[in-house]
Every structure is written in structure tokens, then in C-alpha cells.
Design a protein around this ligand. Structure first.
Ligand code: NAD
Length: 260
């Protein structure tokens, strides 16, 4: 149902972003994928997306912590594919440390990538969407856009920020056929979660198993990780015409975490 539409997914060389790209390609969308990683592995994924969609998939290796690089990525998307109809702001990083020891450079990077980048991609995508009277803006927010956890001050700040940003643009775009929503996963088993285990072990003086069972899965009443494919399935639904009245929402996929 997405033939002829172009989707740009930031941070789609891994984890949840890659799952979004695969789900959108399966419905025929052209894709701009973005993120870091091994060049051969990325090219393999890109070619597989084209084979799946029967359309085009292009790769942007731009670093979205830098405004000029975001502008270059959006220009690349417009030149190659005629503009972005579906924008998924997904690239994100985490750092775990007590606030008084929180490295200043990590704070700045997390705010730049997890929050500011979404503002820049949005302001550059919106004119095309308004012109077409159709668009979808989806943020991978987080349960941390609704509740906090200790030692994640920058991440929780950025995610609460993107929740407010999304409500604001939903109102601005409401009469233009453009919806804007947050998807807020709980813990999804991806490299982002795996990489924070050592720091959480240090910050809380716990073993690896204790971090997985007593910190991560302790938050989720279902006692299971969310899968990237479950998150992607919701994004796909938000792209459907049936979802045209869902806007400004923050949709949890968190095994019951934020119900507590
Ligand atoms: P991941 O580490 O698997 O993927 C992150 C992606 O972002 C990768 O493609 C990476 O290359 C890219 N990236 C990193 N720095 C970048 C930069 N400067 N410029 C461009 N791209 C960059 O992580 P994930 O778990 O799939 O996370 C994706 C999103 O989901 C993030 O916004 C994260 O906060 C959010 N999220 C994740 C979880 C979880 O439990 N994994 C839960 C809630 C929300």
C-alpha cells in the first residue's frame, strides 16, 4: 500500500530502524536508510530492501548530530527520490551515568541526536508533505518519554522533549493530511540495550544477569523484551489511511511498563 511513497528512516542500519525499513519495503515504499556501520553489510541491506520493495533504496551515511549533515541528507532524499512522505526519526544513543559525573560531550550528543535532529528533519520534510496534503511523521520515542529512570538524565530529557515536539507539530499539521505520533517502546533487545549493560553494572554494582532480570525486565510486567518487528508493525499501521485520525498520540509498546 506504499508504492510510490518515499520513507526516510534515521538510524536504520541496525535495530528498530532496520525493522522499520524492512516493513516499509515490504509494502513497496522507496527508502532512504541512514546510520553507521560496516559498508558491505549496509550495502547488502540496501540491495535487499530494493529487491523486496521493487522500488528504490538509497543510503545516507550522514552524522545527524550535525545540522549541515542533516541538511545534506534531506537534499539527497529530495534529489534522488523527490522528497520524503514518511519521516521516521529513530536514530538515538544512550549513556548511563550519575548526573554529577555525566560527561558534557555525551549530554550534548544525546540532545543533538535524540532531540534536535528530529526538529531539523521535520522542518525540512514538512513543505513537501504540506504540498502533497499527505505525510506521516513518526518518532521512536521511548517509555522514557513518559517516565524516568535514574542515571539516564540526557536520554530522558531528550525523549520527554520529543514527546512535546510531536504534539506541537501534530497541531500545526492537522489540517494538511499530515499526522505526527510517538511510538514509545519499552526495552527492545537491540545493540543499544546490550551496550548499556556494562555501564549499568558499574552504576548500580550489579552482575550482567541482575541487570537483565532485575533492572531491564523488572520494568516490564510481561517479563519479555519487545521485538523490533512489533514496533515496526505499529509504524506501518500509522502509515495507513485507517490511522489518519491518530495524531499527536504517544503510543506505548512496553509490555505494561508505563501502566504501573
Ligand atoms: P541501535 O543502536 O540498534 O540503532 C541506532 C541506530 O542509530 C543505528 O543505525 C546507528 O548507526 C544510528 N546512529 C547512531 N548515531 C548516529 C548519528 N550520529 N547519526 C546517524 N545515525 C546514527 O538502537 P535501537 O535500540 O534500534 O534504537 C533506535 C531508537 O529506538 C533510538 O531512538 C532509541 O532511543 C529508541 N528506543 C530503543 C529502545 C530499546 O530498548 N532498544 C527502547 C525505547 C526506545
Amino acid at each position: 500500500f506504499l508504492k510510490g511513497k518515499t520513507a526516510l528512516v534515521t538510524g536504520s542500519t541496525s535495530g528498530i530502524g532496520l525493522a522499520y525499513a524492512k516493513a516499509l519495503a515490504a509494502e513497496g515504499a522507496n527508502l532512504v536508510i541512514n546510520g553507521f556501520g560496516d559498508a558491505v553489510a549496509i550495502e547488502t541491506e540496501r540491495a535487499a530492501l530494493e529487491a523486496t520493495s521493487g522500488g528504490r533504496a538509497i543510503y545516507s551515511g550522514h552524522d545527524l548530530t550535525k545540522v549541515a549533515e542533516i541538511e545534506a541528507m534531506m537534499a539527497q532524499a529530495a534529489d534522488a527520490l523527490g522528497g520524503v512522505d514518511i519521516l521516521i526519526n529513530n536514530a538515538g544513543i544512550q549513556h548511563v551515568a550519575p548526573v554529577e559525573q555525566f560527561p558534557i560531550d555525551k549530554w550534548d550528543l544525546i540532545i543533538a541526536l535524540n532531540l534536535n535532529a528530529a526538529f531539523h528533519t521535520t522542518r525540512l520534510a514538512v513543505p513537501h508533505m504540506k504540498g502533497k496534503k499527505w505525510g506521516r511523521i513518526i518518532q521512536t520515542a521511548s517509555a522514557h518519554s513518559l517516565v524516568a529512570s535514574p542515571f539516564k538524565s540526557a536520554y530522558v530529557t531528550a525523549k520527554h522533549g520529543i514527546a512535546g515536539f510531536t504534539k506541537t507539530i501534530a497541531l500545526e499539521l492537522a489540517t494538511f493530511g499530515v499526522t505526527a505520533n510517538c511510538i514509545s517502546p519499552g526495552y527492545v533487545w537491540t545493540p543499544l540495550v546490550e551496550k548499556q549493560i556494562p555501564d549499568t553494572m558499574a552504576a548500580r554494582n550489579l552482575t550482567r544477569d541482575q541487570v537483565i532480570n532485575d533492572v531491564l525486565l523488572d520494568s516490564q510486567p510481561t517479563k519479555q523484551f519487545v521485538t523490533p518487528e512489533q514496533v515496526a508493525a505499529l509504524a506501518l499501521f500509522l502509515c495507513r489511511d485507517e490511522a489518519s485520525q491518530i495524531t499527536g498520540a504517544n503510543l506505548s509498546v512496553d509490555g505494561g511498563w508505563t501502566a504501573e
